[in-house]
Design a binder for this molecule. Structure first.
Ligand SMILES: Cc1cc2nc3c(=O)[nH]c(=O)nc-3n(C[C@H](O)[C@H](O)[C@H](O)COP(=O)(O)O)c2cc1C
Length: 183
């Protein structure tokens, strides 16, 4: 059976609303996937590199899942990239361990989709922020898959019934798209 590894890079999963709900639903849809919660395993950011590399080697499909923070992945996810995707393992003439594995970036933003345009208040399309992820994928020889992104994923007032319904629908939709993407 194809092995799916999801690496959750939310630095504060306990207080996550969107990504936690997405991964809970994803887990229900794809129970065989292994989900690694970096903040639970490495609260002090001391990542066990050998263990994480082994998990990657055993996977056919890898998902990096996180909230979009300051136009990138949050520090814990980046720490994982820095520590785990090493020369001789992930890249370099001898670094072929990840070649041919599918890679999916899955993330949520606070800003709405219309904010990510030249006219919007973020002043850039989301396409402007994707190359950093795609370059990582290329260097490591992953097979790049379209990222799964949900916008406006901040539930400001849980008592606002309509907003809560929209939010829940977006969570389900994101988890569904991710479940399709890992197939
Ligand atoms: C430190 C920090 C930085 C953030 N940076 C961005 C950003 O660059 N763009 C954006 O649209 N939202 C940004 N947000 C909003 C988060 O993306 C949003 O809260 C998150 O996707 C919701 O997921 P969660 O409930 O799992 O935390 C930021 C939030 C925090 C706390």
């Amino acid at each position: 059976m194809k092995k799916i590894l999801v690496v959750s890079g939310h630095p504060d999963y306990k207080h996550s609303v969107a990504n936690r709900a997405i991964l809970d639903e994803f887990h229900r849809l794809v129970p065989q996937a292994e989900i690694v919660y970096l903040d639970a395993e490495y609260p002090d950011f001391n990542i066990d590199v050998e263990r994480e590399q082994k998990r990657l080697v055993e996977a056919d499909t890898v998902v990096f899942e996180f909230p979009f923070w300051w136009y990138s992945a949050p520090s814990l996810m980046r720490r994982y990239f820095e520590q785990v995707l090493t020369h001789g393992f992930a890249y370099g003439s001898e670094g072929r361990a990840l070649h041919g594995k599918k890679l999916i970036f899955s993330f949520t933003t606070g800003a709405g989709e219309d904010a990510y345009s030249v006219e919007g208040y973020q002043h850039y399309d989301m396409d402007a922020f994707i190359p950093q992820f795609r370059a990582l994928s290329n260097l490591c020889g992953f097979e790049w898959k379209e990222p799964v992104i949900s916008y406006g994923m901040m539930l400001l007032d849980p008592n606002d019934k309509e907003a809560a319904e929209r939010f829940n629908a977006a969570v389900m939709e994101h988890a569904g798209r991710l479940a399709e993407a890992v197939k």
